[in-house]
Design a binder for this molecule. Structure first.
Ligand code: NAG
Ligand code: NAG
Length: 534
């Protein structure tokens, strides 16, 4: 790093940006009232979980299957039953392989019954033997749809498993099916023109987040024992947050990205995209991570114990950026409680930060996305200015195969940063600078607490007025750092809130240990619609 970068400070925002930001704020406030009026008290009821096995961590389900306290076939049937009773309410499930899965579950039970492999061996080599799981409709599962929410791909079937699915299969886990995503996984609201809209189980008038939105829902309603998502701007952490579960975006390159759609053209973008676990229970994160990291697991050293009392804790309430929502007071309050917890229970005095460059998260993230694939080329047959615009009109009339947001992104394809431009180089330098700043702050044993998202789950379509709120998660992708979304209970409207816990590169284990600690202190996952609001 050159010395002039050491003193790098962001330039103040232009008048144009500040005016736009004020206009956005006013529009948001006005439309908020309209959304409230429109949705009123609409909302559908979800049946409660009957079976206790769905309220246990995946590692405990695995142990019970190995000890023959419950069969894999039974667990699978309970999941299938649960999917069938909840999917009609919230619309998250896309395609299944239940019959093949039942066969695999029976094989798992037979293998355990035969006694040919010791329980200790199974625990080590097949830690998830007989445990059902799911993933999103953009990660390849052989024989299942892999549309990524793109109408042109509505008949596409994956011809092989993604690397992550293969690794989990080798650990004994059984893939049941795939869940809904936004068009091309490029938005934080899970809606597309093939499968429609996924609804939030805590309140069906709200979004579920994206892009691993269906996966967030199936986890929180207990339709699957654990889930796998992918995250390039918050696609694991946002749905985990909106659905009150845990979600981890691992250290860059700690998990293979092979076998997803769209396949990245530019290897650099693999620095920012990462596959990771989504779970109801914090303890599962580490065990799933160990499997899906494959050969990288050694670098992460996940079994090394973490002494919570020796952590250095940093926190920041807001990124201070224009064009996005203010951080909700209830989220700030939840963060204060976490800070107090570290002080009371572990005598750690957390340090509040005001990291300047986080203000420029938006420019930095868009820069790191490079000139990766023109969006329009993926979602339209014959993309051109005319076709983009015709589609927007068709969309307004309800005749388009594309989502409105997809079309807007296609329209702005041309504005992607040119890697030769001064602006591009400036923000890449800023990224490098910010990465150094985080690395220096976090060191060996530091964690950084930061909102996962500035507000609780918005109403459907409301993200159109809050398009940049995902920058809270996205900036962490640009830095390549590991981050876990930790649920911290429900707000006064009965919606989940929480924060993300960020650590230094390859220190994913700190995120996991803190997630477990905060789960104990604040209750972790709460079943949707199971508690009366205060
Ligand atoms: C869902 O949200 C609506 C609109 O804000 C509200 O009136 C309703 O009470 C909420 N439902 C539940 C179950 O909390
Ligand atoms: C519309 O689609 C084309 C095809 O990829 C794309 O190059 C173009 O930038 C899009 N927008 C406009 C304004 O033409």
């Amino acid at each position: 790093m050159s010395t002039n970068i050491k003193e790098m400070k962001p330039r103040p925002f232009s008048l144009k940006v500040r005016i736009l930001s004020a206009l956005r704020f006013i529009l948001d406030a006005l439309t908020c009232v309209l959304f409230k009026l429109y949705y009123g008290t609409k909302g559908r009821k979800l049946p409660l979980i009957h079976d206790d096995i769905l309220k246990q961590p995946a590692v405990e389900v695995a142990r019970k299957i190995r000890a023959r306290e419950i069969s894999s076939v039974d667990v699978l049937n309970i999941c299938i039953q649960r999917i069938k009773e909840t999917n009609p309410v919230t619309n998250y499930f896309i395609d299944n392989r239940f019959e093949l899965a039942l066969k695999e579950a029976k094989d798992a039970d037979d293998l355990i019954k035969s006694g040919s492999l010791s329980i200790e061996y199974l625990e080590k080599e097949k830690p998830f033997l007989g445990v059902p799981f799911t993933t999103k409709d953009s990660i390849g599962v052989k024989g299942l749809h892999m549309t990524a929410g793109i109408t042109l791909r509505k008949n596409c079937i994956a011809d092989k498993n993604a690397d992550v699915i293969e690794l989990l299969k080798n650990s004994g886990a059984i893939i049941m099916g795939v869940t809904n995503v936004p068009e091309m996984c490029m938005w934080y609201e899970s809606y597309n023109c093939i499968y429609g809209r996924t609804l939030n189980p805590y309140n069906t008038t709200r979004i579920v987040g994206g892009s691993s939105g269906g996966e967030g829902v199936i986890q929180t309603v207990g339709g699957s024992i654990f889930g796998i998502g992918s995250d390039i701007g918050g696609s694991i952490r946002m749905p985990a947050y909106f659905n009150g579960i845990f979600g981890h975006k691992p250290t860059r390159r700690a998990v293979s990205n092979k076998g997803q759609y769209p396949e990245l053209k530019n290897d650099d973008v693999n620095l920012y995209l990462c596959v990771g676990p989504m779970t109801r229970f914090a303890v599962d994160l580490k065990h799933i991570q160990k499997v899906i990291s494959g050969d990288c697991a050694k670098t992460l050293d996940l079994d090394k114990p973490v002494d919570i009392g020796k952590l250095k804790v940093f926190y920041q309430f807001s990124n201070g950026a224009p064009l996005m929502s203010e951080v909700d007071p209830e989220i700030k309050q939840a963060m204060v409680k976490v800070v107090e917890h570290f002080q009371l229970k572990h005598k750690i005095i957390a340090e509040e930060k005001k990291i300047e460059w986080l203000k420029r998260s938006q420019a930095i993230w868009f820069t790191t996305m490079k000139n990766e694939v023109p969006f329009a080329a993926y979602i339209m047959k014959n993309p051109s200015l005319a076709s983009n615009i015709t589609e927007i009109f068709k969309n307004i009339l309800g005749l388009s195969g594309n989502t409105l947001i997809g079309l807007f992104v296609a329209l702005t394809d041309q504005e992607k940063f040119n890697p030769e431009s001064k602006k591009y180089k400036y923000f890449m330098e800023a990224r490098d600078y910010l990465e150094e700043e985080f690395k220096t702050m976090l060191g060996e044993d530091g964690i950084f607490l930061f909102p996962t998202h500035p507000v609780p789950a918005p109403y459907h379509n409301q993200p159109l007025i809050r398009p940049m709120n995902f920058m809270y998660t996205a900036i962490i992708n640009s830095l390549g750092l590991p981050a876990t979304t930790v649920p911290l209970g429900l707000n006064s409207d009965g919606l989940p809130i929480g924060i993300q816990v960020v650590a230094n590169l390859n220190k994913d284990r700190l995120c996991f240990a803190v997630a477990e600690e905060l789960e104990k202190a604040f209750g972790g996952w709460f079943e949707p619609q199971s508690i009366k609001q205060s």
